[in-house]
Design a binder for this molecule. Sequence first.
Ligand SMILES: [Ca+2]
Ligand SMILES: [Ca+2]
Ligand SMILES: [Ca+2]
Length: 243
Amino acid sequence: MNRTPYHCGLLIISTLIVFASNSFPQVAPTFYRSDITVGNSPASLAVGDINGDGKPDMAVLANTISTASVSIYLSNGDGTFNFKTSFSSGFTSVWIAAGDLNGDGFADLVIANGYSRSVSVFLANGDGTFGPRSDISLPGRIESILLADFNADGKPDLAAPDFEFAPQMSISILLGNGDGTFGPNVEYPTLNTPYVVVADDFNKDGNLDLAINGQFGGPATLPVISNNSWLDVGRRSSPSMNR
Ligand SMILES: [Ca+2]
Ligand SMILES: [Ca+2]
Ligand SMILES: [Ca+2]
């Protein structure tokens, strides 16, 4: 009996939201351009709340043949940004991703280091600066990475396609430990020199799946890896994905 008012409240709120959504005609979005000057050859960027003020900040990875660096731009909350700092990330860095790896409310950075066959982790200090780099070696050339919570434990995990030719065509999955480190790498076979990975729940079973594009050779087949082994939220522990 005590649950009745609570359920009624939810129903009313839900109805109001749907009504508001249908009350206004759909308007095509309009975008206005403003430019930010960054370092030479910006190759990749990531968005996250780096200083924990609720405003999404940007981390821009710029690289040349001999250098790579990350520049931090803190948001003013009105679409403008202020340069905060920049730091070296190793000369083969090619891709950057942001996520709060250690749960302190400040977005951390993970960088793919291409030919160096590694990724680098930089934990945020909370003021727009970052601590020292921590490297993780991986078997393949890492040209892109993705942070997402594959086992739904609230800790970001890492997907890193191995940009290699046959027979080593696979994607590395590393589960986050929630403190800025990751567990052991688990490899899953793919096709055609995997390059970029995206995640969504493609089969609507509640678990994040992966789709990976292969850049070279073979038929135009898109590998999709379904994550069907973590159905029980309370018992999700071991990484096990099936193609
Ligand atoms: Ca911010
Ligand atoms: Ca953090
Ligand atoms: Ca996780």
